[in-house]
Design a protein around this ligand. Structure first.
Ligand SMILES: NC(=O)c1ccc[n+]([C@@H]2O[C@H](COP(=O)([O-])OP(=O)(O)OC[C@H]3O[C@@H](n4cnc5c(N)ncnc54)[C@H](O)[C@@H]3O)[C@@H](O)[C@H]2O)c1
Length: 349
């Protein structure tokens, strides 16, 4: 009988993958970090078996892997905060290795799906626009590098121990309730405020030699502007900045297809919305929907982080359904939104 181990099952993508698999009648073991209050998301899915295991703990991983037929590996360290740098490598690279070892000790699986990231393509200074899967992977930050190491470790284990696998590289994953906060002044300030992190930011190349980009914005919108207003960034030649988003529901569909489609085996697939979102279009959608003022701000450089999804379309039949406008519409509507939000209060969904 099919049993899918989903790691990172309390996460933004993971909880929704679990729900999708359960909806398809598939048995699921949801691996969560011990004590994670976000595991409350899974309370509405009583048929799911929950296994607490830290990716640092080989014995707990071995036990989580016992008896499973497939693995979807989503657990990862994403955000720096107070996290020491070595934890990125320990979780995203060696955690993947421990999981693969757990799989082998459990007798192998029919398929191992790894979630990787556009962050492996050096998102602060992308080598191509748009990025295809064969673009150079020279991330130059520890999150992207640790995720790339996870990819390399999987490829090696797959070759050495005959593990059938597929990899998905997500664009920026957004849950609908998060979309309504994007392309607003405070979101833009936060994005550019990452310049303060210096090389601790995963897009530090974008800020190189420009540590005070958010001041450029303040000069153009006024220092006391409402931070909920919409802001579209353009480059010096008025070309809008772009960011490739991915609705969490399309991320789930990409994972599902990587897990089930025969054409996924041995492949790596960019998974993103049908088109990138321009900052100007995004800000106009926010302004229209929420009746807030909208400004275009000219920056000293252009940033375009875009992916092609041709391989996923071709080999997986992946056809993303959601763009930024529909994410915002979903969040603003009381009906038809059955997405498990990115974060829930400890008390429940
Ligand atoms: N969110 C994005 O924009 C984005 C973009 C590209 C790729 N990805 C990749 O997609 C996957 C899912 O991302 P998400 O947005 O759901 O992230 P998330 O942070 O919401 O979920 C990650 C989960 O991993 C778990 N985790 C962290 N450390 C762990 C450990 N030591 N042991 C066990 N579990 C641990 C966390 O508890 C969390 O539930 C990740 O692999 C991430 O690298 C995400």
């Amino acid at each position: 009988m099919t049993k899918v181990l989903v790691t990172g099952a309390a996460g933004r993508v993971g909880a929704n993958v679990v729900k999708r698999l359960v909806g398809a009648g598939v048995g699921v073991r949801a691996m969560v970090l011990p004590g994670d209050p976000q595991a409350a998301k899974l309370a509405t899915l009583p048929e799911v078996e929950v296994a607490e295991a830290d990716l640092l703990d080989q014995a707990a991983i071995d036990s989580a892997c016992r008896g499973v037929t497939h693995v979807v590996h989503l657990a990862a360290q994403l955000v720096r905060g107070d996290t020491p740098v070595d934890r990125f490598y320990d979780i995203n690279a060696f955690g993947t290795l421990r999981l693969l070892e757990g799989v082998l000790r459990g007798g192998g699986v029919e398929r191992f799906v790894l979630a990787s990231t556009d962050g492996t393509y050096r998102p602060g200074d992308p080598p191509a626009v748009p990025l295809s899967e064969d673009a150079p992977q020279e991330p130059a930050d520890y999150y992207g590098t640790s995720k790339l190491l996870g990819e390399i470790i999987l490829r090696n284990h797959a070759a050495q121990f005959d593990i059938p696998f597929a990899m998905v590289r997500f664009a920026t994953v957004v849950s609908p309730e998060e979309a309504v906060e994007q392309f607003r002044l405070r979101w833009v300030r936060e994005l550019l405020g990452r310049a303060e992190l210096g090389r601790d930011s995963n897009i530090w190349q974008l800020f190189r030699g420009r540590p005070d980009l958010w001041k450029i914005i303040d000069e153009q919108v006024g220092g006391d502007a409402d931070d909920r207003m919409a802001v579209g960034l353009v480059g010096p030649d008025d070309v809008p900045w772009t960011l490739h988003l991915l609705d969490v529901r399309d991320a789930v569909e990409g994972v599902f297809r990587a897990l089930t489609e025969p054409g996924a085996l041995g492949g790596v697939f960019n998974i993103a919305a049908a088109r990138p979102t321009s900052f100007v279009a995004g800000s106009e959608i926010i302004a229209d929907r929420f009746g807030v003022p909208c400004a275009v701000v000219r920056m000293p450089m252009t940033w375009r982080l875009e992916m092609t999804i041709d391989a996923a379309r071709r080999s997986l039949g992946f056809a993303p359904k959601y763009d930024f406008a529909s994410m915002v519409a979903t969040a603003a509507s009381a009906v038809g939104n059955d997405v498990i939000p990115a974060r829930v209060w400890a008390g429940g969904v």
